[in-house]
Design a protein around this ligand. Structure first.
Ligand code: C5P
Length: 277
């Protein structure tokens, strides 16, 4: 715990949902090394919780089931977000999402924080996923992650998120990437498109980081196979730079059953049923 015992303002409760890349296309690379992306991003109903109490100084305390190893100082992205916004006070962060897992653990905390304090300036300096996480709603993300177009017509999906307790360094995945100039996403399905249209469309899309991530962490292949083998699964893919993968299902019942099965088969994996969007 860092900071001071300051006179306190009213506390603000903030939800920081898991970020899922339904697609993640790498379409090029800039001269500075950053990659150009084209990604359809949605948010889950599972996530971290923040409690912000304005005051003097800056203090961060991390609790919750996945708090182990999460820094409580300036190494934490939410601390960096507070510094960027010039915000002062106490941040209590309850971790439910694995960090370094491709579902925006740290980026979502930072994005939710910046949304809550009304920060409207650029946030990409904190990381490529922070701008979309500040929006916190389904969006198409392009550029290096700095161009965000809200995608209101994305349908909701029942899903299971699975992380094999592996933290992957994003730069390592980008460095292992073989093909850096891939086709962008075609237009999204039209407003009102049904589940079968969406699944068909998603099946023809990709996560261009998946092979490279699997090279770094072969267990990702095991996760996808395990998801593929669950009853009624419609689509299996990795999110972000991994290692979290998701499966999509036709009903909440099917998603819950799949999560239950996977938890029994792999008690050491993080398996969570959720609704995306
Ligand atoms: O922005 P973020 O901190 O998530 O990025 C981590 C690393 O991933 C960057 O330092 C860079 O090596 C790589 N990256 C990239 N192109 C992007 C986003 C990230 O090459 N658009």
């Amino acid at each position: 715990m860092h900071g001071t015992d300051a006179p306190e303002g009213r506390a603000l409760e903030v939800f920081a949902p898991a970020k899922i890349n339904l697609t993640l296309h790498v379409t090029g690379q800039r001269a500075d090394g950053y990659h150009l992306l084209d990604s359809l991003v949605v948010f889950a109903d599972v996530g971290d919780r923040l409690r912000l109490t304005p005051g003097e100084g800056l203090a961060l305390r991390v609790t919750g089931p996945l708090a182990a190893g999460v820094p409580e100082d300036a190494r934490n992205l939410v601390w960096k977000a507070a510094e960027l916004a010039g915000w002062r006070g106490r941040i209590e962060l309850e971790k439910h999402l694995p960090h370094g897992g491709g579902i925006g653990g740290g980026s979502s905390d930072a994005g939710a924080f910046l949304r809550a304090v009304g920060w409207r300036e650029s946030t990409v300096s904190l990381g490529a996923d922070v701008p979309v996480c500040r929006l916190g709603q389904a969006a198409r993300m392009s550029g290096i992650g700095d161009q965000i177009t809200p995608a209101e017509d994305v349908m909701s999906f029942f899903a299971v998120l699975v992380n094999p307790n592996v933290h992957i360094a994003t730069p390592k995945v980008f460095q292992s990437l073989v093909a850096k100039t891939n086709p962008p996403m075609p237009p999204l399905p039209a407003a009102g498109a049904g589940g079968s249209v969406w699944i068909e469309w998603l099946t023809t899309q990709r996560n261009d980081l998946q092979d490279a991530a699997q090279e770094v962490a072969p267990v990702i292949g095991d996760v996808c196979v395990a998801l593929d083998e669950t009853d009624e699964v419609l689509l299996t893919r990795m999110s972000g730079s991994g290692a979290t993968c998701f499966g999509l299902y036709p009903s909440a019942k099917a998603a819950h059953a799949a999560a239950e099965t996977l938890s029994q088969q792999h008690p050491d994996w993080w398996c969570v049923p959720t609704v995306l969007n």
